[in-house]
Write a protein that binds this ligand. Structure first.
Ligand code: FES
Length: 149
């Protein structure tokens, strides 16, 4: 995209109610894509019909790398990028605590009608974490240890 095209997109998104930070995400898309060597990937389709696929690379319990593929609106792209930034470097338990409030601290502002896009990005992360824990038994081990005191 040329500089002037980027400026046009920036202006349009700002008028629609996106923060500068959200617009930077939409334009840079650094967190968007697929990890070829992912340990787990999950695809979720939102009620709007848009889809996100998250891929996670883990080292022990820690999310070493993550990317999100997005077929959706700019709200979905910005939210997906924020979720990836939040999840990277966290362990599974910390990543589960990422919520709408933490997402909005990063993305700052989306148009009101785009809050469901943020929820879709979060739901995708949460489902991936749940599936990964089920697949590897990681959550179960911890629960057992806690039950044993
Ligand atoms: Fe579907 Fe934004 S409109 S994710």
């Amino acid at each position: 995209m040329s500089k002037s095209e980027q400026d046009q997109v920036r202006e349009m998104l700002a008028e629609a109610g996106y923060s500068e930070k959200a617009i930077d995400y939409v334009l840079s898309r650094e967190q968007i894509g697929v990890l070829e060597d992912a340990d787990h990937s999950t695809l979720v389709k939102g009620p709007c019909g848009d889809t996100m696929r998250i891929s996670l690379k883990l080292e022990g319990d820690k999310i070493k790398d993550a990317k999100m593929e997005v077929l959706g609106c700019p709200g979905a792209v910005a939210s997906a990028c924020a979720v990836i930034d939040l999840a990277k470097g966290k362990d599974l338990e910390e990543a589960e605590k990422i919520d709408l409030e933490s997402l909005f601290k990063v993305v700052e502002k989306l148009p009101d009608q785009k809050v469901h896009c943020a929820k879709l990005a979060l739901a995708t992360l949460k489902r991936a974490l749940r599936e990964y824990k089920e697949k590897t038994g990681k959550g179960a081990e911890k629960e057992k240890a806690e039950a044993a005191g």
